[in-house]
Each structure stands twice: as C-alpha cells, then as structure tokens.
Design a protein around this ligand. Structure first.
Ligand code: CTP
Length: 398
C-alpha cells in the first residue's frame, strides 16, 4: 500500500517510543522506505540500533554530523519525504514547532519539509489539557499539520486519562489517510457488511459464510478518501476499520432498522452484506430438544432492505452486490433494475478466488446505463478502491 513512498519517522523522548518500533514495522511491511530521526531524549528509551535494524537505513541523530550531512542532510531528508510522522510527539516538540524553533535535526527537518506532517502526541493527561499545549496544537492544525489524537487509558505516569499514544495500527491508518486524495470529502456513506443471523432458539441460528471482508474493505477505503462512514455490520470475526462509525446488528430485521433509520443523513448506500433471505417463522423461547425423529423449521421471508431503499432513493447513489452461481449478468441485471440501483457488483461465487470467505474477488460491474465492466481477479482492498472510484463518478454525474 505504501510501495514507492518515502516516510520520515521522527521519534521524540517518552515511554511510548517502543510503540514507534511497531509503527515502523507496519510502515516497512506496507512497502515504505522509512528514514528515522530520533531526538536525544528518544534514544534514552530505545536504542537507535533497533530502528536501524528494522528500517534497514541509518538512523539520524545529530544536526551537524558532517558525513551524513553530505550524504543526506536535513534538507534532503525533508525534501525526499512523501510524508513525515512524529510519534510519539512530546509537548516539548509540539511547543517548539508551534513556536517556530528549530534547534535539532527533527525540528529543522519538519520545519523544512513541504510534505504532510502527521503528529501523534503522547504525554501526561494534565500536560495534554494544559491550555498552552492546546493552543500550540490548535495553531499547528490551523497551519495544516495533522494530528493522530491520543487515546484514553492508563498512562505510564500512573494517571488515567487522555494522553496515551494512539495504537501503531491507528497511526498507520492516519498515515495512509494523509497520503490518500480526499476524493470523497463531504460524502456520507453507509456500508453494510457481513452475514445476518436468524435465531431458531436461544442457542441456534441460520446464517451464511459471509466474512464481512468486502464491506469492511469498502468502509476503510471510503474513510481514507475522506468520507464520513457508517458501517452497519452483522457478526464477523474481523476488526472494524479505524475511523468509521460502527453499528452492530444480528438479524436482517435489525439491519433493516439500522439502515432505514440512517437513510436521511446518507448520500451513498453500499450494501455488501449477505442478508439472510428467510428467518424462522417462530423463534423458540427455550432450546429445542432432540426428541423428534424429524424436525421442520418453517421460514418466512425477510424484507429486502436494498429494494426498500431503492423505492425511497431520491438523490442517493445505491450500490448492491449479487452473489450468483449461474447466468451472472442476466440475474444481476434483474436485481439492478428491480431494486432501482445505480451499480451492482456481480459476483460468480462458483469461481475459485471469488465470493465468500476469501481475500480476493472476480466481479463484473453492471451500471444503470447498460455498461458492463469486467474486472480480473484482485484483492478485496483493490476492488474496494475501484468501486469507490465508480461511486465518485456517479456522484459527480448527478
Ligand atoms: N439484500 C438486502 N436485503 C435482503 C436480501 C438482499 O438488502 N433481504 C441486498 C444484499 O445486501 C445485496 C443485494 O441485495 O446487496 C443482492 O443480494 P442477493 O442475496 O444476491 O440477492 P437476492 O435479491 O436476495 O436474490 P437471490 O437470493 O434470489 O439471488
């Protein structure tokens, strides 16, 4: 995801420096070339050798190191970076930057860069709430500096509250967002994902093999592109993406309520959920015992949520998914028209590498005007990006 990108990772002194090691690992694993700059304070917590080994690059420590100044001085570091991250950032670092003080390699480099700068502060809760710190942060934000807001929790100093460095995973997502063009800024996108569960009795249910991966990938990509995202999800085993509002539901009826209740404040609906078409007509109050030799469960139809949204479409863009095992284009076209959609992602689940519980998909995109776009086998994250590009074009066309 970050292949070809050069990232400058600034590390300032604080107990959270160990988390910067994990962040470095995530960045390099994603393909970025990472150059680490440590302040003197940072080296008191973790040795430069750790960062050097994991980044595969020399760690920069001193402003006037003549050898490295010739090879890759602070200006060259500042120019080469596509993105600068400072994690953890102390109150001292934020104060210096806000005051225009450049008295070490990190502050000089950050002052000299034209790349986006993402700052992940970590400090004691009282320092974080100190009005001087708050003013410094607000000033930097006004000038376009990005912040990964700290989390709440137990702080190393024994206090509890705001000031804990964000998780490396969250800072990684903020870094990706900083590098992603905001093509969906201002769009309110609702994504559904995962299966639904239809209860038979207190311990059993009917469901399907949907993993939620496709919908989660779309929600993540939409947030990275600047949209305000709500993810209505059935039960899944995967972690919801960072930055999106998550609404957890179990049954199709709960999903219907969650989706229709939010329709007014939604511009785009993408229904990747595998909604159970039927539910048991009666839910047993007690566990069904195995006394009968045969057992039939009577099912009744669930409402078609997407068709209901289609009937109340107004200016929204609606995207549906079709999982088919035969006559893909014909069946998907019927759903596109029947449910009043703009786009349907048609999925032949009988093919290897497509559909449920895998990381890849092979789909055709069918549009309202009859266009059919055939896509090759690709990862669900890549496909999510393509679907959102088409959504953006549809929104622009309106
Ligand atoms: N869908 C929905 N509510 C339902 C069933 C489906 O909103 N009760 C949505 C799905 O989220 C998906 C699309 O409709 O975006 C197509 O779902 P699919 O199960 O492929 O089609 P069905 O219309 O249910 O038809 P069939 O099962 O007969 O193929």
């Amino acid at each position: 995801m970050l292949r070809g990108k050069t990232i400058l990772l600034g590390v300032t002194g604080g107990i959270a420096v160990y988390k910067a090691v994990e962040l470095l690992r995530l960045l390099t694993k994603a393909g970025a070339a990472v150059h680490v700059v440590m302040t003197r304070g940072a080296t008191e917590f973790v040795t430069p050798l750790t960062f050097q080994t994991l980044s595969g690059q020399p760690v920069h420590l001193e402003l006037f190191n003549l050898i490295s100044e010739q090879q890759i001085g602070h200006i060259s570091l500042a120019e080469r970076a596509d993105l600068c991250i400072v994690a953890p950032a102390t109150a001292n670092f934020v104060g210096k930057l806000a005051g225009g003080i450049a008295d070490d390699l990190l502050t000089t480099t950050i002052m000299a860069t034209r790349a986006p700068v993402l700052i992940a502060p970590a400090m004691n809760v009282n320092m974080y709430q100190n009005p001087i710190y708050r003013e410094n942060e607000a000033r930097l934000k006004r000038h376009g500096y990005l912040f990964a807001a700290p989390a709440c929790g137990m702080l190393a100093c024994g206090y509890e509250g705001e000031g804990k460095l964000q998780t490396p995973e969250a800072i990684f997502e903020e870094a990706l967002a900083a590098l992603t063009p905001k093509t969906l800024a201002g769009e309110r996108i609702l994504v559904t994902a995962g299966p639904t569960r239809e209860e038979i009795d207190p311990v059993r249910y009917i469901s399907n093999h949907s993993s939620g991966k496709m919908g989660y990938a779309i929600a993540r990509a939409a947030w990275l592109a600047g949209a305000e995202v709500t993810l209505v999800t059935g039960p899944t085993a995967i972690a919801p993406p960072y930055g999106v509002g998550v609404v957890r539901v179990e049954s199709a009826l709960e999903m219907r309520e969650a989706v229709l209740g939010r329709l007014e404040e939604t511009d785009v609906v993408i229904k990747a959920a595998a909604v159970a078409d039927y539910r048991p007509k009666l839910r047993a109050r007690m566990k069904v015992k195995k006394t009968a030799a045969q057992l039939s469960i009577e099912l009744e139809k669930n409402p078609d949520i997407l068709a209901e949204i289609g009937a109340r479409k107004e200016g929204r863009v609606l995207v549906g998914f079709a999982a088919e095992t035969e006559e893909l284009v014909r069946n998907a076209t019927l759903k596109l028209e029947g449910k009043n959609l703009d786009l349907i992602v048609a999925n032949d689940v009988s093919q290897e590498g497509a559909g449920f519980n895998v990381d890849t998909n092979i789909v055709k995109l069918l549009f309202r005007d009859g266009r059919v776009e055939e896509l090759p086998l690709m990862g669900k994250h890549e496909l999510a990006g393509i679907i959102l590009e088409r959504v953006e074009a549809l929104r622009r066309g309106k």
